[in-house]
Ligand binder design. Sequence first.
Ligand SMILES: [Zn+2]
Length: 302
Amino acid sequence: MIENCPECGEPGTMLVYGLPAPPLLRAVEAGRVSLGGCMIEPGLPDWFCPARHRWTDEDLDGRGLLLDEIVAECNAPPPPPTAHVGAGVVEWRAGESALTLVAPGASDEVAPFEPRTPVGEYAFVVSPDERYLALFIYSGDIDAEDHTHGFELFEVRPEFRHIGGLPAVPGRHGHPPVFSPDSRWLVGFVADGYRVRGTDQHFTDLFDKRSGARVTLDWASLRALHLPDQELHRVDVGVEMPVSSYPHEYMDWDTEDAVRFTAGDVVVLRMPWRQEIAVSLPPSAPVTGDRPPTDPYYSAFR
Ligand SMILES: [Zn+2]
């Protein structure tokens, strides 16, 4: 194999030809190989270097083996999430109903629990003071109609143990909760419905494209868990919308990275139309945004 450029000596990148299958595409996205095009004809280069020199390489078998290796590396499942707490690492070992805290020079600490949310994907969130650890669990089946997520809460110090959490609740997307800077609040902001405020109706059932009526669409929830007493405060998050709104205007609303704290007890929620709303904790009333009807991004679809 001629892996380095015969002209400048720089390491080469392999060129592959034909229509790539998804596993190979992942290697292309990772920059490990490059697509040479769909046409396969004799004399095409097999490698290129950063200076764009190209060369051919007779070692078809060697390149095939190397390509298999690269594709396998690029398609390996990601390692399971872990959390760093002080000098220790928290793991959720496959099949175990417990978290394990591994610290150098100390024996493992084990915190048994039973997850109350069907386990698809999970992530850890550590409080700033490293006293608490939240294990966020997302049912995670992107094809499922009903997604659920919740979290299990652990105290790391003085003793590593399961202390509670939030049972599974519905939500269209899964985003881990966020700790306040003083570690006294754990806040989740979740797109979880199409409720009409003050009624038990579903917003989409009111659809009438000729009506001028407006109602408040509660499309999300703010859940704030106070620590250490674990008192849960939940309020709806909504916006006034005309009942003539089409579902594509609100069906994709998400809350990814939409929560930040500006103080120990003030959380700022970013609405999908980019408005930011500060909420003092505990929240005392439903949160209501203003959606500017002239927003060019949204009005473009009308
Ligand atoms: Zn070169």
